[in-house]
Ligand binder design. Structure first.
Ligand code: GDP
Length: 534
């Protein structure tokens, strides 16, 4: 019997069955392959490979997508919903490349858990570590999948030790690999005392699962060669002594991660992982908000925008705001209040992201992700409620680390450029600053690759060739304070002042020394490197 953990026992069943999570990994560890298998076993697609095939057909449509393909990165995040057994999984895809960490960070504010995929031969890689740290900031529960066990991989204890040491989290084995590389035959399912055998011949088939009666069951010897069986006994004995047993509560609190071993491409270990997400992953959680927190079981509907994506379909020029439902039972056509503007908003054509197709959503529960097509009213960080003035908190905007000036190739098109830049700023794809003095804009990003993506998107979506060139500034800080102090500060520093797309004041500089000076000379002002999106 599995003891199913729950830290929200009062949830209505429809909400309690939801698992909203993201996959974090270093590029190439197997995130795409694992996602395909999730969808395959979730019945969302008929054959693995479809996600990729579809993706490629779509990608060839544009240079921008071509670039994404060439670089082997996924620039835009999306959401996918599918059923698995009694569960509804909402998988939110995160952009993998480090240049998009801000986007990733915000995506992680919309999920309740993360699946960490590592390559069995490579262990914890740089990007895994970075993403893990972001999860830790929010104490997100993490389930680990050690992939590519069909290939030569590291020693099992070594992998587990590395995770424990590099990520400072307890690791408990949920399964144990039998054999290595070419000799890898499957796993012993520690949680359910079963033997799972991998079928190398049919990659889309679910592994053969053999019920056994503990490690001493003579049936084991019928399936596992003697030398591997002996090693398995030894290793499990050691594991029992050295590694902690599964503690569902510690998993939910983010202090312990269960690890499954498998091979995504061979569909092996994937179902066990999915069962794990269902059984040990968290239900929709309480959302931090002002002036009070939001509980998922509240009957009134609320949700918040964590991502805005423009021109998802170049033919339609639409914008889709990705909304994480925080509470209640949403039904299509509902009138919600857009808290920032206090305006009512009829949500008549919400989109549910079923596998890779978009479908109209008739209903959604706390935990779900829906897309709301709009013309720019919805921005990242916005909260929607049934009237109460709640504002979801904790969705930050980071100060850019790289700044460049931008100019339209054709000076007559400056207005168009402004429009394009504002759109990307609202999408959260870049920071756009309008300097008080002089013309043009300064664009700030977190990673250099973002400039290239922006340039190609502006050209593609607005038919506007642009040039980025060096800026005299390298840092940006938001400035806030009472009006008199702000006026005095702005007057004395006009050359350094700009406004962001919300009209907030930003101080631009090249020197940390300048920032320190302002902090010293204007104690009544607050300089910040992050700004809460609202
Ligand atoms: P992503 O960059 O993390 O999305 O990784 P992909 O899913 O695109 O996988 C990267 C490469 O590893 C691809 O060539 C996959 O076919 C391969 N791959 C994925 N899973 C496995 C596996 O279980 N075993 C082996 N041998 N290769 C795999």
């Amino acid at each position: 019997m599995l003891d199913i953990a729950s830290n929200r026992p009062a949830l209505p069943p429809e909400i309690a069955r939801r698992r909203t999570f993201a996959i974090i990994s270093h590029p190439d560890a197997g995130k795409t392959t694992l996602t395909e298998k999730f969808l395959l076993f979730g019945g969302a697609i008929q054959m693995a490979g479809q996600v990729r095939a579809k993706g490629e057909a779509r990608r060839t449509r544009s240079d921008f997508m071509q670039m994404e393909k060439d670089r082997g990165i996924s620039v835009s995040a999306s959401a996918m919903s599918f059923d698995y057994k009694t569960f509804r999984f909402n998988l939110v895809d995160t952009p993998g490349h480090s240049d998009f960490s801000e986007d990733t960070y915000r995506t992680l504010t919309a999920v309740d858990a993360a699946v960490m995929v590592i390559d069995g031969a490579k262990g914890v890689e740089s990007q895994t570590q970075k993403l893990f740290e972001v999860c830790r900031l929010r104490d997100l529960p993490i389930l680990t999948f050690c992939n590519k066990m069909d290939r030569e991989s590291r020693d099992t204890f070594e992998i587990i030790d590395e995770i424990q040491e590099m990520l400072a989290i307890d690791v408990t084995p949920a399964s144990w690999p039998i054999g290595q590389g070419r000799d890898f035959i499957g796993c012993y399912d520690i949680l359910r005392d079963r033997l799972e055998l991998m079928d190398r011949a049919d990659r889309n088939k679910v592994a053969e699962s053999i019920e056994i009666n503990g490690l001493d069951d003579p049936k084991l010897a019928q399936h596992v060669p003697a030398h591997l069986l002996e090693k398995l006994h030894e290793e499990l004995e050691m594991a029992r002594e050295l590694l902690p047993a599964l503690d569902p509560q510690a998993v939910l609190e983010g202090h312990m991660t269960p690890i499954w071993f498998g091979s995504a491409i061979n569909s092996f270990g994937v179902k066990e992982l999915m069962d794990g997400i269902g059984n040990y992953g968290p239900e929709p959680q309480v959302q931090s908000a002002e002036p009070r927190k939001i509980s998922p079981e509240e009957p009134k509907v609320s949700g918040f925008v964590f991502k805005v994506q423009a021109n998802m379909d170049p033919k339609h020029r639409d914008r889709v705001a990705f909304v994480r439902m925080a509470s209640g039972h949403f039904k299509r056509g509902m009138k919600l209040t857009h808290v920032r503007t206090k305006k009512p908003m009829a949500v008549s054509n919400p989109v549910l992201f079923l596998a890779s197709d978009r479908e109209l959503a008739d209903e959604a529960w706390a935990g779900d992700i829906i897309g709301i097509p709009n013309h720019g009213q919805l921005r990242i960080g916005d909260t929607l409620t049934e009237g109460e003035a709640l504002r979801v908190t904790g969705i930050p905007s980071f100060a850019p680390e790289l700044l460049q000036g931008v100019r339209a190739g054709d000076p007559m098109k400056a207005k168009h450029l402004e429009k394009a830049l504002m759109q990307f700023a609202e999408e959260g794809a870049a920071k756009v600053f309008k300097p008080m003095i002089g013309s043009g804009f300064i664009v700030g990003v977190v990673g250099a690759l973002q400039f290239e993506v922006l340039a190609s998107r502006i050209e593609l979506e607005y038919g506007l060739p642009v040039r980025f060139d060096g800026s005299q500034f390298t840092s940006a800080r938001w400035v806030a304070g009472d009006k008199a102090a702000m006026d005095k500060f702005i007057n004395a520093n006009k050359q350094h002042i700009a406004h962001d797309h919300d009209g907030d004041v930003v101080y631009l500089t090249r020197l940390q020394w300048d920032i320190d000076r302002v902090i010293r000379d204007y104690p009544e002002l607050k300089l910040t490197a992050t700004k809460e999106m609202m």
